[in-house]
Design a protein. Structure first.
Length: 565
């Protein structure tokens, strides 16, 4: 920069430089301070007299001695050479109390004059650095829990893998997914679910050592990197994390119990790259979910084979829905006393072009897991209602048709309105439709469930509790929801000759009668089962003893025969 020759004339510029917001420091060619303005004094917390004569090197923390050698010694040894070009860099200033201040430092040589030297212009970068740190934190950390987010987690995983590879150490990648977390949000709202997530993150963090890297990957899923670990230690850690979940969380005056399913993949056995480890930990976590939740699983190569098969099957389900490979079968439900057909249950069947008939137990759980059950459920409901309307039009009476609702359907917004529209479009009487729910489906979210059941009842639709006795059967909740029908699970009917099972079935029938609830026994296959259930006072039955599930044409023949009798 151009500066008046000699510092004798500096007073002519002093007033201007004194009012600059930037700090200004003038030194000789050896770095001894000749003059500073007020901004520089305030920034470094030194007075003008304290700074005067001091070497500027003592005011900055520099990466190396070469930093100053390039700027002072060079100019001092040969002042007649052309000056080093001006430059701007970032450096840390040392304040009076020893604290480090991020600064922008611009260095210029004064033009030759009576007293050649250097001019330093410093600017405080503290606010800028804070803003950059805030932006970085928002980019790499979860705003709710304060944990690293997925992007930072993946970056740390790559670094941890590189370290493990260099030192030939094992590493564990653990994925933790909270079980049924969406019900907390559905039942108590977003504020409650956010508080639960925060408490869960703290509880997991408190169960870990400092060298473990925990992150919130998305939603209710957490990731954990554990370096230098053996499989046995990973097992212990998995159990410790499950134990951490065992105690209820206190949130907004409520006790919330949250469990987690954990998938574990080990480097290098289960993958040597971040994507492969993440994929395999995900597979193991999904296996933990399918195995009852609230547990942990290590990745096994056979899981990947099963996962691929499941993906292929899911693709086949999607194709089958488009190509009309599915069909609705109907199983008659018979009145014990009169022996007449009073209703039927709609059951989906799948005829795969290569595999033939695929059991519902094979594809229904996968459809529920992938969300395809929503499309399947809507299709079955539409087909069953349309068929029931045809039977009514044919003069085969007004038999009730029972349609199963999956948990996914039950949670879907606007379910009651959708069913109401279907009935209106078909001009079908609502009292000829029965909707079957399992105990667990309702109990996942009782408050929301009660609201939906009330909507069904207001429409005149019958509500049935399926598989009764296999879940959390409770007289109190039966009294609360007052279903129209209780279906006694086939597992009890199969062994109804056993005294214990017989006593359970009798208790269910007696309780239902006292509450004016209809009972249907599922899976009746023998005369002996029929006689025992009939003697207990059970209202209806279905099963091979009367007829297996049959296509619509077969059901039409059964109904026509029943009309003749």
């Amino acid at each position: 920069m151009t500066f008046p020759a000699g510092f004798a004339q500096v007073s002519q510029m002093e007033a201007i430089m004194e009012n600059l917001l930037e700090g200004v420091i003038l030194t000789d060619l050896k770095g001894f301070i000749l003059w500073t303005n007020f901004s520089a004094q305030r920034l470094l917390d030194f007075s003008a007299s304290e700074l005067s004569g001091r070497n500027i090197r003592s005011l900055f923390a520099t990466p190396s001695m070469d930093f100053w050698d390039m700027r002072f010694d060079y100019a001092h040894e040969d002042p007649d050479r052309a000056p080093v070009p001006s430059e701007t860099c970032e450096i840390r200033g040392i304040a009076r109390n020893g604290s480090l201040i991020p600064l922008s430092l611009k260095i210029d040589h004064l033009e030759k004059g009576a007293t050649p030297g250097l001019l330093f212009v410093v600017q405080d970068l503290s606010e800028k650095k804070k803003a950059e740190e805030t932006i970085r934190h928002l980019a790499y950390y979860d705003s709710l829990t304060g944990l690293p987010n997925r992007e930072l987690f993946c970056d740390r995983l790559i670094q941890a893998l590189a370290h493990s590879q260099r030192h030939r150490e094992l590493l564990a990648l653990m994925l933790v997914d909270l079980d049924n977390f969406r019900y907390i949000n559905d039942t108590y709202g977003e504020e409650m679910s956010n508080r639960v997530l925060t408490q869960v993150s703290h509880r997991i963090s408190n169960s870990l050592s400092e060298d473990n890297s925990l992150a919130r990957l998305n939603g209710d899923r957490f990731g954990l990197i554990v370096p230098q670990i053996q499989k046995s230690d990973a097992m212990d850690l998995g159990q410790e994390m499950l134990t951490a979940f065992s105690k209820p969380l206190s949130c907004m005056d409520k006790e919330i119990l949250v469990t987690g399913s954990i998938g574990i993949a080990l480097y290098p056995h289960d993958g040597v790259t971040a994507p492969s480890l993440l994929k395999n930990a995900e597979i193991a976590m999904s296996q933990a979910k399918r195995s009852g939740k609230n547990t942990y699983f290590f990745f096994d190569p056979r899981m990947e084979e099963k996962a691929c098969s499941r993906m292929e099957l899911a693709a086949c389900i999607r194709r089958g829905l488009k190509q009309n490979e599915f069909e609705v079968f109907y199983q008659p439900q018979i009145d014990f006393q009169s022996g007449r057909l009073t209703s039927s249950e709609a059951l989906i069947r799948w005829r795969h072009p290569q595999l033939g008939w695929v059991p519902p137990s094979t594809f229904i759980p996968l459809a529920e897991e992938t969300g395809l059950i929503l499309d399947i459920g809507e299709w079955v409901l539409s087909q069953a209602c349309s068929q029931n309307k045809k039977w009514q039009t044919m003069g085969l009476g007004n038999p009730r048709i029972a349609v199963n609702l999956s948990a996914c359907q039950f949670r879907k917004e606007g379910l009651a309105q959708q069913i109401s529209q279907t009935l209106q479009q078909l001009e079908m009487k609502s009292n000829t439709l029965e909707l079957e729910l399992t105990e667990s489906t309702f109990l996942e979210n009782p408050e929301q469930g009660m609201k939906i059941l009330d909507e069904f009842r207001d429409m005149g639709v019958t509500v049935s509790i399926d598989d009764f006795g296999t879940g959390y059967s409770s007289l109190s909740y039966i009294k609360t929801i007052t279903p129209g029908v209780l279906k006694i699970d086939q597992s009890f009917v199969n062994e109804v000759i056993n005294p214990t099972n017989r006593a359970i079935v009798q208790a269910i029938v007696t309780m239902a009668k006292s509450l004016d609830i209809e009972t249907i026994a599922e899976g009746v296959e023998t005369q002996e089962q029929f006689d025992i259930l009939h003697g207990m006072g059970c209202d209806k039955y279905q099963g091979y003893y009367y007829s297996p599930a049959v296509p619509a044409e077969g059901m039409t023949q059964i109904m026509m025969q029943d009309m003749k009798n």
